[in-house]
Design a protein around this ligand. Structure first.
Ligand SMILES: Cc1cc2nc3c(=O)[nH]c(=O)nc-3n(C[C@H](O)[C@H](O)[C@H](O)COP(=O)(O)OP(=O)(O)OC[C@H]3O[C@@H](n4cnc5c(N)ncnc54)[C@H](O)[C@@H]3O)c2cc1C
Length: 432
């Protein structure tokens, strides 16, 4: 070590490689430090790759990147112990061609390695198996390098892309430790299944993929969810919920995953699947109004390290890439004008706010408020909705209109007209 680069990027996930790729393309000397033995070795996602940013970075990615299946079917269900109410099941051929072909299942290990190779081809230098331990400041207090497990590297500016736990952002005071209600844990298992079985069970063609998402019972009716995602010849299955909910419910993550896999409405989809891999990772669920400081003198924070995760649509990879791209564009522009002060790097903040990243983070604020203030929506309301649907479509001796009226009466008995009106008003206040 002991070298000097114009920019050091810490972390070779989607944020780090998007930053490195853009910097290298702009002619900036950049080194990426990755603690895993190769990029992607330690990374966990569902994973659906939303490709809006990648499309701008590497327009030919469809032909080159290790993509699994193009997601053409999206299903969202409410699950109770013995029933499933699907609230949306959308399969559309439009998702198989441009401009709507924008979601693919990926294997993060393969994808991150490919993305790092692309940044390497553009001129970025990757150093894997090296942990960044501490940021170094010059006498004026500006960040001027990184202390690593292999020694010191100097740089004019450092981009932090070290993921949700970002010890470095905490170390330099840009971010506080996340409280348990602001961080979720995702546990995931990969099961192998023959391609044909996947296509039959999920009603998709050979080149198509499906994403099934569930609320309710799999996460003990807390504000989290479970999912099944089809890859080429594997399924990704996972549950995600906040650490505070894990503690309140007194459950262990692997128990939740096991019980989800054995749910009567789920187990046949997975039948015969052979376990390939088990992993767990944290996700930042801060919300827009709790985001950390994104720049300091000589440093920018991107991706999960910056809390950029859209909890409503489960998007993190594309926000990470977009923030990495914008941090790099800011760095390259500031380099032309000289000086990497916190004030000049604030252009990064502005760029993020003008883009879909902060606009979506802001739109998701209402959902964060619901998670904080009305967790019962994920419990009582969800169970009542499933009960209403079950009662409404049951065949009895009653005429249909009486049957539906009776189901509605049962639904209202758990809320009442006044309570329902109040809930609707509260919901509107929370999300508006
Ligand atoms: C179970 C689960 C499912 C998810 N599903 C989806 C999904 O379907 N779609 C989606 O868009 N998002 C999903 N996400 C979120 C997504 O994974 C993240 O938002 C995304 O990975 C963030 O990218 P990043 O580059 O900021 O961080 P990361 O991907 O976490 O990358 C950080 C990198 O930094 C390295 N690193 C960390 N510390 C150091 C250090 N000190 N020194 C050197 N290197 C270091 C790590 O090894 C890693 O390579 C999911 C997350 C989980 C946990």
């Amino acid at each position: 070590m002991g070298a000097k680069y114009e920019c050091i990027v810490v972390g070779a996930g989607p944020a780090g490689s998007a930053a490195a790729f853009t910097l290298a393309k702009s002619g900036v000397e950049v080194q990426v430090l990755e603690r895993g033995h190769v990029p992607g070795a330690k990374n966990v996602s569902g994973a659906i790759l939303y490709t809006n940013t990648l499309n701008n970075l590497i327009p030919e990615f469809r032909a080159e990147a290790p993509l699994e299946r193009s997601i053409v079917r999206q299903r969202y269900s409410l699950l109770t112990a013995d029933a499933e109410l699907t609230i949306l099941d959308l399969s559309a051929a439009a998702f198989k061609s441009k401009p709507r072909e924008n979601a693919f299942s990926i294997n993060r290990r393969k994808f991150d390695a490919w993305f790092a190779d692309k940044a390497g081809e553009a001129g970025a230098v990757y150093q894997s198996g090296i942990r960044a331990d501490r940021l170094i400041r010059d006498p004026a207090g500006k960040i001027c390098g990184v202390e690593t497990s292999e020694g010191r590297v100097s740089a004019d500016v450092v981009i932090l892309a070290d993921g949700a736990n970002s010890t470095l952002a905490k170390q330099v005071g840009l971010r506080k430790r996340f409280t348990p209600d602001k961080v979720a844990l995702g546990v995931k298992e990969t099961l192998s299944l023959p391609r044909g079985a996947i296509e039959d069970r999920f009603n998709i063609e050979a080149d198509e993929g499906a994403s099934f998402k569930y609320l309710g019972e799999p996460v003990h009716y807390s504000p989290g969810g479970a999912y099944i995602l089809t890859n080429n010849d594997t399924l990704s299955i996972g549950v995600v919920l906040r650490l505070s909910d894990l503690s309140v419910k007194g459950v262990k993550p692997y128990e939740l995953l096991e019980s989800f896999k054995n749910h009567p409405r789920v187990r046949r989809l997975l039948d015969g699947g052979v376990s390939q891999e088990y992993s767990a990772h944290i996700l930042p669920e801060l919300g827009y109004d709790h985001l950390p400081q994104l720049t300091g003198d000589g440093v920018l924070v991107t991706g999960d390290a910056a809390g950029l995760l859209n909890v409503v649509f489960h998007e993190g990879i594309n926000l990470a890439m977009a923030s990495g791209l914008m941090a790099a564009l800011t760095t390259a522009a500031v380099r032309e004008n000289g000086g990497y002060s916190s004030t000049s790097l604030k252009a990064y903040n502005k760029m993020l706010h003008e883009s879909f990243v902060m606009k979506d983070m802001k739109s998701a604020m209402g959902f964060h408020k619901i998670m904080e203030e009305r967790p019962d929506y994920f419990d009582k309301l969800l169970k009542s909705a499933v009960r209403f649907a079950t009662d409404a479509v049951s065949i009895t001796d009653k005429p249909k209109n009486e049957q539906i009226a009776s189901a509605w009466k049962t639904f209202r008995s758990s809320y009442g007209w006044t309570a329902l009106a109040k809930e609707a008003f509260r919901l509107w206040r929370l999300v508006s």
